[in-house]
Design a protein around this ligand. Structure first.
Ligand code: ARG
Length: 563
């Protein structure tokens, strides 16, 4: 919406280029209180340029501005406050939304630019943890938001399918494993083996050495090791696929750590060439003491590479393959040090693009105030949680709306919506206490509440035969529609901010406010009564439905027509 721009142009009109238009746009504020109008312009910069007092400048400006979108413009001290003409502005907003439909809020900020997003990235042979769920839903939403802002967006699942844990797993499988059992329940069997390995290794130091040797064999292409690794990987991927299907998440690339195995030599050579590789206790590392950070481990004494080595190779590969303008890593805050080290090493290698790489950390999921750990077996099976949410939604529908068509599909949208929204409504950095009952709540600030509000709007629209695409609704002027109009007006900015801060929660919070405002409207206004504002009210309902649905889509949540 160009209202801010229009206001800035009006201000600029009197100034003969004294201050640049862009600067004026940037200076315009959204007043905290409605009594100060809809837009406020502080005159300090103008005053300096014009060598007048800000208060006088404000007075002059307020008198000079006159535009049909602005009902009144008044000076308040050094500020010029502008009040929208409600009927006209509401009309402009609604028309734009009806016209653009789901495209409302899209921008071209990212046009011709490419973004890569590394997210989800679970570890093979381990359960898909709550932390991976957070990465998945935050990353998926950021990818949707990034596309909405016009960026070419590459979704990458950097699978944890390589590393010393596979040495441990192969060792454990050869000692205690059973093929049939692994086939029946791959992840839980492999996890059992992994846990058992750690228990036994505490008593028997030889085990750790054996695991190390097996991983080395794997890296060197040993056939038996390769065969077992492939098998574990495939079984795990099938399990993860079930979760991605439930959540409706897709990736452009599943190039995980193993993919970089044959790209490791180049990394080591580059580091040697640039005199960055030094020996430390038998291992090869890049020293980062000039940043007061521990060194990044590149190669163990037996030549085996590490997580960081593979991330260096991945960064080089991504820059070459995608020529990204920005590269995001949606990974828990416990890896903050790792990403600091990674970006600094790339910088030391002389590249200038590490400045475009961003670690997007998020908080822990706590159980009874404590971090959950895979190693101790303290995990919650995610697929179970999602299925439980869907079952609960099914019960709700059976109780409240037994005649609903596509019940199963709607239950899936609602159950999954509850889980995704429960995560995304929180600032991503805050820790979340795991609570199944909270995740399964459908009232209050929840996904199902927003979905329900959308379905309510759709149901109102279905009761009217008026074709809104053909008509010219009259503007609205009642006290309940105005907060909605202002909220709708803010949608594009909320989207671009949520991208800038990598914070989908801004959209989630926005949707809750819009849904609440709409439900207040619904409670006070007879939407379908036959009078001259009927079409305008229907246009408002339609606009709300469009924005709720699109906002949910950006979060990765579907909006059923009925529920
Ligand atoms: N697999 C890792 C983990 O579960 C996350 C990988 C994140 N991405 C990356 N490029 N390091 O901890």
């Amino acid at each position: 919406m160009e209202l801010k721009q229009t206001y800035a142009e009006e201000i600029a009109l009197e100034l003969n280029g004294l201050v640049e238009l862009d600067e004026i746009v940037n200076l315009i504020e959204q007043p905290k209180s409605d009594t100060q109008g809809d837009l406020a312009f502080p005159c300090f910069t103008l005053a300096k340029a014009a060598k007048k007092s800000p208060v006088n400048i404000a007075k002059e400006q307020a008198q000079a501005i006159s535009h049909p979108y602005f009902e009144k413009v008044v000076a308040e001290g050094p500020y010029v406050n502008c009040f929208y003409n409600k009927p006209d502005v509401s009309l402009v907003v609604m028309k734009e939304i009806l016209h653009k439909d789901a495209g409302y809020g899209s921008s071209e900020i990212g046009q011709t630019k490419t973004v890569t997003l590394d997210f989800s990235s679970p570890n093979i042979a381990k359960p898909f943890s709550m932390g991976h769920l957070r990465s998945t839903v935050i990353g998926n939403s950021l990818a949707n938001i990034s596309e909405k802002c016009g960026y070419k967006t590459i979704r990458i699942n950097h699978l944890g399918d390589w590393g010393t844990q596979f040495g441990k797993l192969i060792t454990a499988y050869k000692l205690w494993g059973n093929e049939q059992q692994v086939k029946e329940a791959p992840i839980s069997e492999l996890l059992k083996l992994y846990v058992k390995f750690h228990d036994e290794a505490e008593k028997n130091a030889e085990l750790a050495n054996e695991a190390r040797l097996w991983f080395k064999k794997l890296e060197d292409g040993n056939e038996e090791a390769q065969h077992l690794w492939k098998w574990f990987r495939e079984e795990s991927l099938q399990e993860f696929a079930k979760i991605y299907q439930l959540l409706d998440v897709e990736f452009d690339s599943y190039n995980g750590e193993a993919f970089y195995n044959d790209k490791m030599d180049e990394v080591v050579e580059l580091l040697v060439e640039k005199h960055l590789l030094i020996k430390s206790e038998g291992a090869d590392v890049v020293d980062l003491s000039d940043y007061s950070l521990p060194p990044l481990l590149i190669r163990k004494s037996d030549g085996a590479t590490l997580y960081g080595t593979r991330d260096l190779a991945a960064a080089l590969f991504r820059k070459r393959s995608y020529q990204f303008d920005q590269s995001f890593y949606v990974v828990g805050q416990e890896q903050t040090l790792h990403f600091k080290q990674l970006f600094l090493v790339l910088e030391k290698m002389g590249y200038e693009w590490p400045k475009d790489m961003v670690h997007v950390p998020f908080g822990f999921i706590l159980k009874d105030g404590k971090k959950m750990s895979t190693r101790k077996g303290g995990v919650i099976l995610l697929e179970q949680v999602i299925k439980e949410a869907i079952a609960l939604a099914e019960n709700n529908i059976a109780e409240k709306n037994p005649a609903l068509p596509d019940k199963e599909e709607v239950a899936k949208m609602v159950g999954v919506g509850a889980i995704i929204f429960h995560d995304l409504k929180n600032d991503r950095q805050s820790n979340i206490e795991f609570s199944l009952s909270d995740m399964l709540k459908f009232e209050g600030a929840t996904g199902p509440y927003v979905q329900y509000t959308h379905a309510r709007a759709r149901s109102i629209l279905s009761k009217s035969a008026i074709d809104l695409t053909l008509l010219n609704p009259a503007g609205l002027n009642d006290p309940y529609s105005w907060p909605i109009i202002k909220r709708l007006l803010a949608f594009p900015e909320v989207i671009s901010k949520s991208f800038d801060y990598a914070e989908p929660s801004q959209i989630a919070k926005y949707l809750i406010s819009l849904a609440q405002e709409f439900n207040t409207y619904y409670a006070h206004v007879k939407i379908l009564s036959e009078d001259i504002e009927l079409e305008g009210r229907l246009a408002l309902v339609q606009s709300v439905a469009i924005v709720l649905k699109e906002g949910l889509r950006l979060l990765g949540i579907k909006a059923p027509e009925r529920m």
